[in-house]
Every structure is written in structure tokens, then in C-alpha cells.
Design a protein around this ligand. Structure first.
Ligand code: PLP
Length: 451
């Protein structure tokens, strides 16, 4: 289903604006040896992104070595919250390198202590215990393990997740995920993980909590056997949030049935949606949440944050990881959180989100190939497909992304759920001028591609 981009260089119009420069053919002929080396030695699965050879990135821009400059609406798959190479992140990493302390395993270190304290300080309520890991998928594996371990005490083992969800590509995370096409390889799917319709997805006809309960009943699940419910705060593939009243009812339902409510904030966390954590839009708190991606705006780090009773179940040495709290990643995370707070990037994401919505609604009115829009703050999904049908059009989405890149706007289209979504998620320090410029490139591209 996923597609690679054409390796043949194409003559494209030159672009020179404050945020974008395109002065070569795309892909750049001189970059072909790099692209060919990657095609030769990496698995095909790694060839899904537009053929821009990243050389340097700062703020909202990504540069190649050949004089081209892109306005980045990808944030490198929603990692670069504070901006590429944010000064606070760079300074933190440099200081740590100069010490030097590059690894500490689970031995105590001041930088790890400072980071877990910082994450606890920005986490609401009683969500004050923090376990650092490396990838988003790992944090979901851990959340699954915690919910199951907690449930085991009372013989509860059922996990509820949602259709269309994505939680990573390792075994447990992929079993939690709700995209059947990604799970062919799992020979023995966990029989106690169920997927229910996600009520935020526009194609879900019944968004009521009564429908959730009805499906639980139809699937023969005894609510008292449920140890955990896990959901992305917004679904990454479409950028759709849950209806607020659904989320509130879900919280009550979990309380009533003694199930842990887990939010996967790997995409939503650290300001992306215009609040520090996406679940704050729902006015409820989970028992556990997972962070990743934008936590460092750079280096690999993830975290599981939760209430003491969930986080303290394992004895010393029994829940650890080799690279837990790598000192460089901790320094990057402290720098990134400092930049987000000091530069009021959460507030900026909320403000810039309004500009995005205004621009995208104009496009939605003009172009029949936009089926629907979802999003909040600085994450938006433009679903491409014939209006009035539910069939996504991944080929057109792929074409739109390719053409935008030729015009100096960097973005991507996720492959999940049949594809067809063009995702827009720039760094949170983007300004209004750049948002409008990027949107005008998208508008022009959709007009050309739709015609
Ligand atoms: N959860 C969500 C919501 C994600 O979007 C992703 C990655 O795209 C993951 C988990 C997995 O994160 P990672 O790729 O770091 O394992």
C-alpha cells in the first residue's frame, strides 16, 4: 500500500521566499548516490518519504547540501516540537558531551533526576512517577504490562483499544494498534485485546458512549474483566480527537470497573495540540500516559508517567531498560521543555492552530477531493478522497505530498487505514507568516493535483 517516490530527477519551478528555496531538480541529481546507497542497503520499508537528503535543520527549516531549503510541516514525524536544533536543546546536549557523561544505565545521575522531576512537575494530578525509555513503542509495551500486572491481582486481563489506532510496531504495541493490515505477521494475536470503534473518527457513525457499551456487550466482554483501556489522545493517522463527553464517560466507566485508563501521548504530548498534554482538552486525567517523539525535540527518549500504585508494582531491578534516561537524551528533553515553557510554545500552538483551521476550512470548501479535516493546535489531517464517499485516495495524497516537496514544503502522508491523509504538523515555534505561506503552497498544490 505504501509507495516510494520516483528516483528520477524532475525539472521543477525555482522557488525563493523567506521560508523556502528550490534551485535544483528534485530529487537533486547530485544526491542520487546517497539515495541509491539507502535503497541498496536499507529495507524497502524505509523508502516511503520524499527524496530530500537532509543535511542541516534549524527552526522551521530543513536544508540539503545543494542550496535547497524546505519549510518543515513534518517536524520529522512530530518530534521537533521546540524547533529544529532549538538553542536550549543544543546547549544542553553540548554541556553533557563536554562533561562527558554519555551513558548511565540505571545508576543514579543528576541529569536523569532533574528530568524525571521536571516531567512530574508538568504532569497534572497524581501522575507523578516517571519511567524513562527510548521509543514510543517501548512505552506502550510498558503501559500494557502495567495494566495487565495491575489487573492480574483481580483476575482481570481484557485490554480495550480502538480501531484505527497506532501505538508502535513491536509485538505488544502492534497488537494494541487497531489497523488489521499491519498485523498479518502476528500469528497468535492476544485473544484478550479488543478494538472498538473510535468515536472521534468522522467515519464512525455512532459517537455515543452507549454505542461503546453496546459493542462491549456484543463482544461478550464482562466490563469487570477489563484491566485497561488505551487510546491515542488523538488518532495519529487522522488527527481526530475523541468527543469530550465520550472521554469523560470513559473515565467514569474505567473507575466503575477498576480499569486503568491509558492515553498514548507519544504524538499529542508536550504542547502539540495547544495544551501541554492532549488529554487536558477532555478535562479528565488518565492513570498512565506515554510520551515520546516531541519530548526531546531531537534525540530518542520516551516515558511512561503514572500514578504510584501502577508505577511501583515491580521490585528493584525488575522494570528497567539499558538506555533508560540516556544522559544526552535527558539533556535534550530538559532543553526542549525549557524552550517550550520559556517561549510559550503551547500557547503558540493553540494560536497557530486557529490560523491553520481558517486556511484549511477555505480549502475544504474549494476542493471536492478533501473528504474531511481533523485536528487541534499544530496537528492537522487533511483526508483526501472523493467527497460523499468513504474511500480514501492514497495516490492523490502521495502526489500532493510529492508536489509540495518540489515547491519547498516538507510534509508526509501516513500509510495507516488505507492512507489518504496529508498530515500537517510543523514545529510549535512556527509563526503566522510561515503557517500561511505553507498553507498557500498546499492550496496551490491541491488545485493543480485535483485539476
Ligand atoms: N504511539 C503513537 C501515537 C505514535 O504516533 C507512534 C509513532 O508514530 C508510536 C506510539 C510509536 O513510537 P516509536 O516509533 O517511537 O516507537
Amino acid at each position: 500500500m505504501g509507495k516510494s517516490y520516483e528516483m528520477a530527477p524532475r525539472k521543477v519551478p525555482q522557488v525563493k521566499t523567506k521560508y523556502r528555496t528550490i534551485k535544483t531538480e528534485i530529487p537533486v541529481p547530485e544526491s542520487m548516490p546517497v539515495l541509491e546507497k539507502l535503497r541498496k542497503y536499507e529495507p524497502i520499508s524505509m523508502s516511503g518519504q520524499p527524496l530530500v537528503v537532509w543535511d542541516r535543520a534549524e527552526g522551521v527549516n530543513v536544508y540539503d547540501r545543494y542550496g535547497n531549503k524546505w519549510l518543515d510541516f513534518s517536524s520529522g514525524v512530530l518530534v521537533i516540537n521546540a524547533g529544529h536544533a532549538a538553542p536550549e536543546v543544543l546547549a544542553g546536549i553540548k554541556k553533557q558531551i563536554e562533561k562527558p557523561l554519555l551513558h548511565n544505565y540505571c545508576f543514579p545521575s543528576e541529569i536523569r533526576a532533574n528530568l524525571v522531576e521536571k516531567i512530574a512537575s508538568i504532569s497534572p494530578g497524581t501522575l507523578k512517577k516517571v519511567f524513562l525509555l527510548t521509543t514510543g513503542a517501548e512505552s506502550l509495551e510498558c503501559a500494557l504490562k502495567l495494566a495487565r500486572t495491575y489487573g492480574k491481582k483481580n483476575n482481570k486481563k481484557v485490554m480495550i483499544s480502538f480501531e484505527g489506532s497506532f501505538h508502535g510496531r513491536t509485538l505488544g504495541a502492534q497488537m494494541l494498534g487497531g489497523m488489521p493490515v499491519q498485523k498479518d505477521w502476528i500469528l497468535h494475536p492476544d485473544p484478550d485485546i479488543y478494538h472498538l470503534p473510535f468515536p472521534g473518527e468522522p467515519r464512525c457513525k455512532d459517537k455515543s458512549f452507549a454505542f461503546f457499551e453496546q459493542r462491549i456487550d456484543e463482544l461478550g466482554i464482562n466490563p469487570k474483566n477489563v484491566c485497561g483501556v488505551v487510546s491515542e489522545t488523538y488518532q495519529g493517522v487522522s488527527a481526530a480527537l475523541m468527543p469530550e463527553d465520550f472521554a469523560k464517560s470513559l473515565r467514569k466507566w474505567c473507575d466503575k470497573n477498576g480499569a486503568a485508563l491509558i492515553f498514548d501521548e507519544v504524538q499529542a504530548g508536550l504542547g502539540r495540540t495547544g495544551k501541554m498534554f492532549g488529554f487536558l482538552h477532555y478535562g479528565i486525567l488518565p492513570d498512565i500516559f506515554c510520551l515520546g517523539k516531541g519530548i526531546t525535540s531531537s534525540l530518542p527518549l520516551s516515558a511512561v508517567v503514572g500514578r504510584k500504585e501502577f508505577m511501583d508494582m515491580y521490585e528493584p531491578g525488575a522494570m528497567t531498560s539499558t538506555h533508560t534516561g540516556n544522559p544526552l537524551s535527558c539533556a535534550a528533553a530538559l532543553g526542549s521543555i525549557e524552550a517550550i515553557q520559556k517561549n510559550k510554545l503551547v500557547e503558540n500552538a493553540a494560536e497557530m492552530g486557529k490560523v491553520f483551521e481558517e486556511e484549511l476550512r477555505k480549502m475544504e470548501k474549494k476542493y471536492d477531493c478533501i473528504q474531511f479535516l481533523c485536528g487541534k493546535g499544530l496537528v492537522w489531517g487533511v483526508q483526501i478522497g472523493k467527497r460523499g464517499t468513504e474511500k480514501p485516495d492514497p495516490d492523490t495524497a502521495h502526489k500532493i505530498v510529492g508536489r509540495c516537496v518540489e515547491k519547498g514544503l516538507l510534509l508526509f502522508a501516513p500509510v495507516g487505514l488505507g492512507g489518504g491523509t496529508v498530515k500537517l504538523n510543523p514545529p510549535l515555534m512556527i509563526n503566522e507568516e510561515a503557517v500561511r505561506e505553507g498553507c498557500s503552497v498546499l492550496d496551490e498544490t491541491i488545485r493543480e493535483v485535483a485539476a
